[in-house]
Design a protein around this ligand. Structure first.
Ligand code: MOS
Length: 694
């Protein structure tokens, strides 16, 4: 049995401890650390999608006053390990995608660097490239696994027989476009090479994971590379892993030892150098009895990866645990394209997968003549359908019922296109959310009692704007049984004890568990009245219950949609999310996470679409003027609430993760509400007015 903390500071809506520093501009983001004599880097980027460089003329750039060095594959320092082709930079003349980093100018000012980069002439030998995803490609392949380590395919029972025998069947294809993460702070690295040590001030979700990834690439022992990231302006997964720009900055720093090299991607460059969500083509088939009880679920996914590096998103994994059915099949097939490699974007897999799955459930409800909430409740599985394990706490039904009550679901018209107000068609939609409770191994915390009678709690965790500084301080205070003011937290540095990445909504689970373990060890060793200097460290213990229970969070998303009958303009005046995510550490920062996720889901539903021109292998709408993200004017009355609960099996805090579940299902709820408003079923995101004028 997990020994739960007595919550005192936990559960309090504490304001962000870093809030004052942030709004007064004294919290340094990666580019802003005050460093002596910095130089500035502007990258050289490939202008073709596939082939090789045949000539590089740097003479004019090098002659420009203020240019310190021009780095190309001809003169770049050598790297040590080529396992990750995304990071194997400037070691050959080969081009894998348009925009690939092929060199850099290092100069006295950012303006000189950028101007000089435009003066470098590169000649290419282009090869035919292929950048168009399609369902009928004959080269789709099955990856060995999908992220992080799920089977690519599952097949239980006999879906074909069950579909053939089903009273009611749904067979539809759903698509989601390529999307880009677009955090407020662009991906940024400031690199210094000094005395055989590489230091990176990096905008990252994981100081240690960047170190672990980059050390072998540069051929450095882990203690010869240090990553510093105390404040990060968002990431949504794109900063969950080192990208090529980190390597470019590190290489450049080696060319100018002792000088800091500052490199921030432009907003435009983030559309090819920082990862993205793969587009998906998803066929879903459902079979059910007249009563709506599922007899067959099939979810077949087609998505893309880069030819030079595989990224296999887990789009269908949520379908494996969502609903009960004796016959179930899921599969993932990939196309290898000459494009940048996809990466993590908030709830990778669940987000596009649950769009398709939850719109399909809405279609099944219509086909069965059932209320969509009743359909979901009827198919709620008592145990994890995949593993057979009991849930640590599956409260989807409670979320649906609580949401229905709060949202006024009983006022929903039984038929679509039934309500019209001043020329606007009005509808309501619902969808389920889910996200796994991941536990990544290896986090460690130390606690030291200082002369100032405060506890210094050290762990290399990340705060990417989520509230980690505050939430971990609350956990430490409760674990030590001391006031919040008696805790001094240190995070965001690979020189601190090892921490797992801020990814998969696992941060608080892993780091909090390590802090609790350290606090309990500290109290055991040093008691309640320690002497200054008393110190102890401990690792996050392995949770034996993790093997016995299926741990997932759940939620219910509700949306009201208004569609202008003449113009197709679509508005979302109301959204409500009800979540079951275990104990909430800090209601204020948690609410912000949930609402942020839902907002991103609305943005996905109505706006976000990276348009890749296959002729060039290039995202044409690579700026925030043409890649639309929900703004304040798009958001009406949006609210998130949660069940008052404790997960007794997840960790000593009783919490599960909350960073990602808010986006899951949100786009489906809006699409389902748009159907209810208009009678038009949108299966392809984003939902734009033209699609509603059919
Ligand atoms: Mo999140 S996309 O796992 O950083």
């Amino acid at each position: 049995m997990t020994r739960l903390l007595e919550p005192r500071a936990i559960g309090m809506p504490l304001e962000r401890l870093d809030g004052h520093a942030k709004v007064t501009g004294t919290a340094p983001y990666a580019f802003e650390h005050a460093l002596r004599d910095p130089l500035y880097l502007y990258p050289l980027e490939a202008a073709i999608a596939r082939g090789r460089m045949t000539a590089i003329d740097t003479a004019e750039a090098e002659a420009l006053a203020g240019v310190v060095a021009v780095m190309t594959p001809r003169n770049a320092p050598r790297l040590a390990a080529d396992d990750d082709q995304e990071l194997w930079l400037l070691q050959s003349e080969g081009i894998h995608f348009r925009g690939q980093l092929v060199g850099a100018v290092i100069a006295q000012t950012p303006e000189i660097a950028r101007h000089a980069a435009a003066l470098v002439r590169i000649a290419y030998e282009a090869e035919p490239h292929d950048a168009a995803l399609a369902a009928d490609r004959d080269d789709l392949y099955k990856p060995e696994q999908v992220n992080p380590d799920y089977a690519a395919d599952t097949d239980e029972g006999d879906v074909e027989a069950a579909l053939a025998a089903a009273d009611v069947a749904i067979d539809a294809t759903y698509t989601t476009p390529m999307e880009h993460n677009n955090p407020m702070e662009p991906h940024t690295t400031v690199a210094i090479w000094e005395g055989g040590v590489l230091t990176l001030y990096d905008s990252t979700q994981g100081a240690h994971s960047v170190r672990t990834t980059l050390a072998p690439v540069f051929g450095l022992a882990p203690d010869k590379i240090r990553i510093i990231a105390p404040y990060v302006g968002g990431g949504f997964g794109s900063k969950g892993t080192a990208h090529a720009h980190d390597v470019l900055a590190g290489l450049a720093a080696q060319m100018v030892p002792g000088r800091p090299v500052k490199f921030a991607l432009t907003r435009q460059q983030m559309f090819w150098l920082a990862g993205y969500r793969t587009p998906t083509i998803q066929r879903i088939r459902l079979g059910a009895g007249r009563d709506g009880r599922l007899t067959a679920i099939v979810h077949e996914v087609i998505e893309q990866t880069a030819r030079f590096k595989e990224f296999a998103e887990q789009t269908a994994t949520s379908t494996r645990i969502m609903y009960a059915s004796p016959n179930r099949r899921t599969s993932h097939r990939l196309a290898k394209l000459d494009v940048p490699v996809p990466s993590w974007m908030r709830a990778p897999g669940e987000t596009p997968g649950m769009f398709a799955g939850e719109v399909a459930m809405d279609e099944l409800a219509v086909a069965c003549g059932l209320d969509p909430i009743a359909l979901r409740i009827r198919n709620d599985p008592a145990a994890d359908p995949q593993s057979g394990k009991p849930w640590s706490g599956r409260k989807l039904v409670e979320c649906l019922r609580e949401g229905a009550r709060r949202f006024g679901w009983d006022r929903r018209a039984p038929n679509p296109a039934a309500r019209r107000e001043d020329g606007w068609l009005v509808g309501m939609g619902v969808a389920s959310s889910t996200y796994p409770a991941y536990a990544l191994p290896g986090s460690r915390a130390t606690i030291r009692y200082g002369e100032d009678q405060r506890y210094v709690v050290r762990i290399g965790a990340a705060d990417i704007g989520t509230g980690t500084w505050t939430a971990l301080t609350q956990i430490a205070a409760d674990a030590l049984g001391c006031p919040i003011e008696a805790v001094r937290l240190e995070i965001g540095d690979s020189a601190l004890p090892h921490a797992s990445v801020e990814g998969g909504s696992s941060g608080i689970n892993c780091w909090g568990s390590a802090i609790v373990a350290a606090a309990r060890a500290f109290r055991g060793q040093h008691g309640a009245a320690p002497v200054p200097g008393a110190e102890i460290g401990a690792e996050m213990p392995e949770d034996p219950e993790a093997q016995r229970f299926a741990m997932h969070s759940f939620g219910a998303q509700f949306a009201e949609v208004r569609v202008n009958a003449d113009t197709g303009e679509i508005r979302v005046p109301r959204m409500l999310g009800v979540f079951s995510a275990g104990r909430i550490i800090n209601p204020r920062t948690a609410r912000s996470q949930f609402i942020g996720g839902m907002t991103m889901g609305l943005s996905m539903a109505l706006h976000e679409e990276s348009v890749l021109d296959p002729r060039f292998g290039h995202v044409v709408n690579h700026d925030l003027a043409s890649y639309h993200i929900a703004a304040h004017a798009d958001i009406g009355d949006i609210d998130a609430v949660w069940l008052d609960e404790v997960d007794p099996h997840s960790n000593p805090m009783g919490s599960r993760g909350i960073g990602e579940i808010g986006i899951v299902g949100a786009a489906a709820a809006i699409a389902n509400a748009a159907w209810h408003a208009t009678g038009i079923r949108i299966r392809d995101l984003p939902i734009t007015p033209d699609k509603l004028l059919a």
